[in-house]
Ligand binder design. Structure first.
Ligand code: EZ4
Ligand code: CO
Length: 405
């Protein structure tokens, strides 16, 4: 079964997605997600100009060989654009293999390890009270784990919070240039403990709580935050600090037992190797789209299991439903799965373009037994939503210094 054609699509059903369709001479095809938020066209060009010509005529069954060929063969290893392109091809090939076998991909990985996939929902608001009102809605719907993000008083916009202007990065409006947002660590510390204290007062101890720092703190500041929040019993603290230097997490670990999670921007196992093998983190959050597909995530997952690190795949809206499907198969299989981030199954336009049968019940997600990844992509619906250039925000300290967004 040979690869006959590879199509690359970019569409914007509310936000931009890059989708790859690998078509074989048997007529079977597979789908993959190659979206890199804010840099979409770089991946489209990279695929069309550099990867696709090398793949026509190869056996669609050689998933591992194709992965190695694209990874080792490029010489310029790693990188967000390169790894997203490899990831999309890889997902599509797993999709094809599942369709040939007549089995969902999780069966090819080793079968089911659990009844369903536990999700955590997002609650965010302009005040602590409205954040907790949203959390209460999720709890009523059956969610057992909630990420809390609340606006920092005195800052123009806060990461993860839908501001007055509704200009939240998740929506991707008309953004000819990156918007800019303020950051103040001092003001953040004045808010964040109250958020979790009030959450525990209101909801008690059963619900699992999470928080995303979005890399705004230095390691010693993260350590201080970890100590402050230990008594509120978080499932994990996400992206407490940047970890290009993986030793940063040693500083945090020396001071606090708060569980730590990181990895949504990572592209390969090498970005998290030290963090995992030194047991400096508790959850690895790599995404199939950004870290090299199902083949790469399976490898990272097995490596992490040796060191008691669980998986908690990134689940933001800029990962397409194809990536979510890939995560669902990995999560259903992985013996060391932890939790899946979840922001809903997309708006009406997204569900028109990407069709899949995933059931959400009592805070868990369940796959159908459709073969492959179990997702369809409607090419003509996608054409109705043309690409629009859009950027993630840039962060600055109050004196104008560029900071981590
Ligand atoms: O900011 O996916 O946990 N989720 C996140 C995300 C990221 C976006 C960046 O494209 O941190 O919201
Ligand atoms: Co995050």
């Amino acid at each position: 079964m040979k690869i006959k054609q590879i199509k690359v699509f970019i569409c914007s059903p509310g936000r931009n997605f890059v989708t790859v369709k690998v078509i074989t001479d048997s007529g079977l095809y597979g789908l993959g997600d190659a979206t890199v938020n804010g840099r979409e066209m770089a991946v489209v060009t990279y695929l069309e100009e550099h990867l696709v010509p090398c793949l026509i005529g190869r056996s669609a069954h050689d998933i591992e060989d194709i992965w190695q060929y694209l990874y080792k063969g490029v010489y310029w290893r790693k990188g967000a654009i390169n790894m997203a392109a490899i990831a999309a091809i890889d997902m599509a090939l797993w999709d094809i293999k599942g369709k040939v076998a007549g089995l969902p991909v999780y069966q090819l990985l080793g079968g089911r390890s659990r009844r369903g996939v536990t999700l955590y929902a997002h609650a965010n608001g302009e005040t602590i009270e409205t954040t907790l009102d949203m959390a209460e809605e999720h709890i009523k719907q059956g969610f057992k784990a909630i990420r809390l993000q609340s606006a920092v008083p005195g800052l123009n916009v806060t990461y993860g919070v839908l501001g007055d202007k509704k200009d939240y990065y998740e929506l991707q409006g008309n953004r000819p240039l990156p918007p800019e947002e303020d950051w103040s660590t001092h003001k953040y510390f004045n808010m964040v403990e109250d958020l979790f204290r009030q959450a525990r007062e209101r909801f008690g101890n059963d619900v699992q709580l999470l928080h995303d720092v979005h890399s705004r703190l230095t390691p010693i500041e993260s350590a201080r935050l970890g100590k402050l929040l230990e008594k509120y019993n978080l499932l994990f603290l996400e992206d407490a600090s940047m970890a290009e230097n993986q030793d940063n997490y040693k500083v945090i670990r020396q001071h606090t037992t708060i569980p730590l999670a990181i990895g949504e921007t990572y592209n390969t196992i090498w970005d998290c190797k030290d963090l995992i093998q030194n047991q400096l983190i508790d959850y690895i959050r790599v995404a199939a789209t950004h870290a090299g597909g199902i083949t790469a995530l399976r490898r990272i997952t097995d490596f992490a299991s040796v060191y008691n690190v669980k998986t908690a795949p990134h689940g933001a809206p800029d990962l397409s439903p194809i990536c979510f499907a890939a995560h669902m198969h990995l999560n259903t299989w992985a013996p060391n799965f932890g939790i899946q981030e979840f922001v809903g199954l997309g708006n009406e336009q997204i569900r028109q373009v990407f069709q899949q049968d995933i059931q959400i019940k009592d805070g868990m997600a369940h796959l159908s037994d459709a073969p492959g990844l179990g997702i369809e992509f409607d090419e003509s619906a996608a054409k109705e939503y043309p690409y629009r250039r859009s950027y993630l925000p840039v962060s600055r300290l109050e004196d104008g210094t560029v900071w981590n967004w």
